[in-house]
Design a binder for this molecule. Sequence first.
Ligand SMILES: [Zn+2]
Ligand SMILES: [Zn+2]
Length: 104
Amino acid sequence: MKTRKLEIACPECGSRDVFYSCTPNCCYNNVCSTCGTTFEPETVTTGGYLSGVIPPDPLPDSTDPTAECAKCHSNAVYLLDDGGLVCGKCGAKLAMELTEIAPG
Ligand SMILES: [Zn+2]
Ligand SMILES: [Zn+2]
């Protein structure tokens, strides 16, 4: 099961030019570089697991949009071809919600 790097569209302007501004042991504050809006993605499990999840190549770097798996707290959350999300560590199928939205 191939995956892609996580992409998050800005909840204010829809730009995908979003970067991660913090570290996973602090918070999941992501920032839109187009309009400056900040937000935190939160994942929920949608039921079911996938096996054989292949991480994206190249792997996301530390400023790429980042979210945490609701199940195992890994930040290896990747995008599937069908637009769904999956945890690269435990394989849980996930959906994402954006919280703490602060327009820039
Ligand atoms: Zn924006
Ligand atoms: Zn997980």
